[in-house]
Ligand binder design. Structure first.
Ligand SMILES: *Cc1c(COP(=O)(O)O)cnc(C)c1O
Length: 392
């Protein structure tokens, strides 16, 4: 039995994607920057992927820059904007629930003399628009708010954020790594100036990402070297990785509507069963306005890590918070930001579905989860105490 419910951490590379990539390792291995005709195939494939990926977000092909993944794009967006616009100001606005690729880059910039405002979110993980607007100052150069959260799935009011940024003449970057290929994104309608996306979150290969940079945005090159990517991101193109990203996006686009519908039904089924059948459980994030494949619960009186180990023994692969925070004993910064106390934030479980997840798999998962929660609680002195308190 293998039930993979950690699709926010990474996804299966689809066989069609591998098939599309393979010839660019073994046959058309030429460097796309070379002049001879043999390199032409590789060059064409990169251009095709660029078109497809631009189409996904209603951008122009020349506004897409290939990178080595979501983290690189996030680093690039923040560091290069900070540098290019330092003459205008040194203030950046972000939120407390961003991915560490954003938060740790912001901390780095603070050490370099930039000032960062970390916006609070409401109890569902949504940025408050009035507070965002109030935080804008004459020296604000960038707003970076994620499209959808990787832990609790909350979708941000991106179009409204874009509108506010535009009104004040501030650049708007969004980390769309969890949202790209999972929900509709339109960089024009949403007034997005820069956007990060990553192939391995949409059934593409790892280590392949992109940054959308709107034409006219002043941004410095991030990797210095050759003239690839309009001299803004040097390095020989990862041709198979780019081809795989393009193919994954093509598939994601073709199935988007039905996938959203299918996953939403499964997601809500899972939420309802858990909340009804497991006492002292809580859903984290917005009930409706959340990624179709994301579920995140807290189970009071339980350690998230012990739950994961017991689930693993039953062939169920899940996560507590994000893959990046596991291994540290700190509770998730996202759960703390939505106001959960430390002891509850420790007992969180994230289950992220795919279009291949079945109802049977979820039934098995909930059945096992019920037993696991019961067993762990029976060993928890806190749980015993709380029961005694209720009785007295
Ligand atoms: C996964 C993820 C990233 C990092 O992307 P990589 O391609 O793994 O570097 C950044 N932001 C969010 C929201 C993510 O979910």
């Amino acid at each position: 039995m293998k039930i993979y419910l950690d699709n926010a951490a990474t996804t299966q590379v689809y066989p069609e994607v591998v098939e599309a990539m393979t010839p660019y390792y073994t046959e058309y291995y030429g460097n796309p920057s070379s002049i001879y005709s043999f390199a032409g195939e590789a060059n064409k494939a990169v251009s095709h992927a660029r078109e497809v990926l631009a189409n996904m977000i209603h951008a122009k092909a020349e506004e897409i820059y290939f990178t080595g993944g979501g983290s690189e794009s996030d680093n690039w967006a923040l560091k290069a904007t900070a540098e290019a616009y330092a003459d205008k100001g040194k203030h950046i606005i972000t939120s407390k629930i961003e991915h560490h690729a954003i938060l740790h880059t912001c901390e780095y910039l603070e050490k370099k003399g930039y000032e960062v405002t970390y916006l609070d979110v409401d109890e569902y993980g949504t940025v408050k628009l009035d507070e965002l607007e109030k935080a804008i100052r004459p020296d604000t150069i960038l707003i970076s708010i994620m499209t959808a959260n990787n832990e609790i799935g909350t979708i941000q009011p991106v179009a409204e954020i874009g509108k506010i940024a535009g009104k004040h003449g501030v650049l708007f970057h969004t980390d769309a790594v969890q949202a790209f290929g999972h929900i509709e994104i339109d960089v024009d309608k949403m007034n997005i100036d820069m956007l990060s996306a990553s192939a391995h979150k949409i059934n593409g290969p790892k280590g392949s990402g992109l940054m959308y940079i709107r034409k006219g945005v002043r941004i410095r090159s991030f990797i210095h070297g050759g003239a690839q990517e309009r001299a803004r991101r040097a390095g020989t193109h990862n041709v198979p990785g780019i081809v795989g990203f393009g193919k994954a996006a093509e598939l994601a686009k073709a199935t988007l509507k039905e996938r959203i519908a299918y996953e939403t039904v499964l997601r809500d089924y899972l939420i309802n069963r858990v909340l009804e059948e497991i006492p002292f459980s809580r859903l984290n994030g917005e009930r409706v306005n959340r990624l179709p494949n994301n579920v995140n619960f807290c189970f009071q009186y339980i350690e998230g890590e012990s739950m994961l180990i017991l689930l693993d023994q039953r062939g169920i692969y899940a996560s507590s918070g994000s893959a990046c925070t596991s291994g540290s004993l700190e509770p998730s910064h996202v759960l703390l930001a939505i106001g959960l106390p430390h002891e509850i934030a420790h007992g969180s479980l994230r289950l992220t579905l795919s279009e291949k997840t079945t109802k049977e798999e979820l039934d098995y998962t909930v059945d096992e989860l019920k037993k696991i929660v019961e067993r762990l609680r029976s060993m928890s002195p806190l749980y015993e105490d709380s029961l005694k308190e209720k009785r007295s």
